[in-house]
Design a protein around this ligand. Structure first.
Ligand code: DQQ
Length: 466
């Protein structure tokens, strides 16, 4: 039994995976590509793995879509996007990293690949590279990678992540035919040294920019003006975990008009721990993005996930006034949906807990300090995995009511609070008996659980029926 391999988060059948790449809804299927080393569970030369799904939940694994073309001096196919071109053919844009001399000459290049067989195989046209860094004229851009392409008002646009004068940025380009590109300007920049994997898309009457600055993934919401500048109005954090749990998200627009986002759940937290092997990296649950009434971002787990739920344990109207209330649930793959009121002080939900409490991972919300935390101090008896707290600021907007969705999937703990704030962490408990689910408040504090449903979650396995 693999204690750590997630069963309802998307993963390749084996070996290494990192960033989600080129998510695209095409002819009735969700397509998801991903950074992949097909040969081992460690990061090495990057390929694009590929899978498709009819229902957003169950996936069919497809052949590797992109492999480095060594004969063209290519060493890695780094992250990127996929779009349907004006001729109806799917096109991938990605960052091509060269071997030795090629890399020394031009650095990272942006390449394209086209599919003539409904995305099963991909051809890299002779016209590559589509862009080299000299497209910026005299401006020096480093760490230039991860193209994201979309069409707006009849014009093809692209953002690419990079660093300019020590500041992370998203750079903007335009094209009329997807082949010839012109650099426009820096769309947005920040104090972080790099911005990776930018996404920029319309949402409601606003535009949203998402980027991964080598730490917790950020967003800005604002206006995309007629002169193609961006005026940010609000900003926030997609997920507070960064390298400990969630990085480099990428999204698509589906046939229901929904913006669906996946993020890579890295295994940096494994540290030197060798108990999990043969695979590395999972994708987050698909998150649906929308705007709330005040121009802020909502993030909710896709409703389709409900097909995975088994028979729940349901609690109603429970007044909690002490620690360690045993829900009776035991498991490593479940969802908790709860509505509660924090009458005074914090609340904690302990999962993956051994009978003697030696191992446990505790998610808590402290309304007084305005923080939520996944505490991993006792998450594993092994000294090797990371055990730092993963924590973030939480804004309950003056209300004591909380609506929580908490997903545990073996080594994944992924949490949504009030459909607005997310936090994810990886944990590696070593005891087979670490399966308990307890809730509690510190002595002297009080919380009212209006409802709490805990469903065992079924594995997503492989989609076979089409
Ligand atoms: N991972 C890719 C890069 C990207 C980084 C390489 C983010 O394209 O910038 O595997 O995790």
């Amino acid at each position: 039994m693999d204690l750590y391999r997630p069963i309802y988060h998307f993963m390749p059948e084996r070996n290494w995976m990192n960033d989600p790449n080129g998510p695209l809804f095409y002819k009735g299927d969700y397509h998801l590509f991903y950074q992949h080393n097909p040969y081992s569970d460690q990061w090495d030369t990057m390929h694009w793995g590929h899978a498709r799904s009819r229902d957003l939940i169950h996936w069919e694994h497809l052949p590797v879509a992109l492999a480095p073309s060594n004969d063209r001096g290519e060493h890695h196919c780094f992250s990127g996007c996929a779009v349907i071109g004006d001729d109806g053919l799917p096109v991938i844009f990605y960052t091509s990293i060269g071997i030795g001399e090629r890399n020394a000459a031009t650095g990272a290049e942006q390449w394209m690949a086209v599919s003539h067989d409904d995305m099963l195989t991909w051809e890299k046209p002779a016209a590559n590279p589509v862009m080299t860094a000299d497209i910026h004229g005299g401006m020096v851009v480093t760490e230039w990678r991860d193209p994201y392409v979309w069409k707006e008002n009849g014009v093809w646009l692209m953002v690419v992540g990079g660093s300019h004068e020590g500041r992370g940025c998203a750079l903007l380009y335009r094209s009329d035919n997807l082949r010839d590109w012109t650099f426009l300007h820096i769309l947005h920049e920040g104090a972080e040294q790099i911005w990776e994997c930018p996404n920029f898309f319309p949402l409601g009457d606003k535009h949203v920019l998402i980027y991964s600055p080598n730490g917790p993934v950020q967003y800005s919401i604002g206006s995309f003006n007629e002169d193609m500048t961006f005026t940010p109005e609000q900003s926030g954090i997609i997920d507070f975990s960064g390298w400990e749990g969630y990085y480099a998200p990428n999204g698509l627009l589906d046939d229901k008009g929904r913006r669906v986002l996946w993020g890579w759940l890295p295994e940096a937290s494994r540290g030197e721990f060798k108990g999990a092997a043969g695979w590395s990296g999972a994708q987050s649950l698909p998150r649906i993005l929308s705007l709330d009434g005040e121009g802020g971002l909502r993030m909710e787990p896709a409703p389709e996930l409900a097909v995975l739920r088994g028979t729940p344990v349901s609690l109603r109207d429970l007044r909690l006034s002490g620690p360690d209330w045993d829900t009776g649930v035991r498991g490593r793959a479940f969802e908790i949906a709860a509505e509660f009121e924090l009458l005074s002080g914090p609340i904690g939900i302990s999962v993956l807990r051994s009978p003697d409490g030696q191992e446990e991972t505790v998610f808590s919300i402290d309304p007084v300090d305005g923080v939520f935390t996944i505490s991993r101090t006792r998450s594993s008896l092994s000294s090797e995995p990371h055990k730092t707290d993963v924590t973030g600021r939480i804004d309950l907007e003056g209300s004591s009511r909380v609506s929580l969705r908490l997903f545990v999937d073996h080594s994944v703990v992924e949490v949504f609070v009030n459909g607005r704030q997310c936090i994810t962490a990886r944990v590696y408990p070593v005891l087979e008996s670490s399966e308990g689910v307890y809730i509690g408040v510190p002595r002297g504090a009080e919380a009212l659980i209006h409802s709490m449903d805990i469903w065992p979650m079924r594995p997503i396995g492989q989609q076979t029926e089409r």
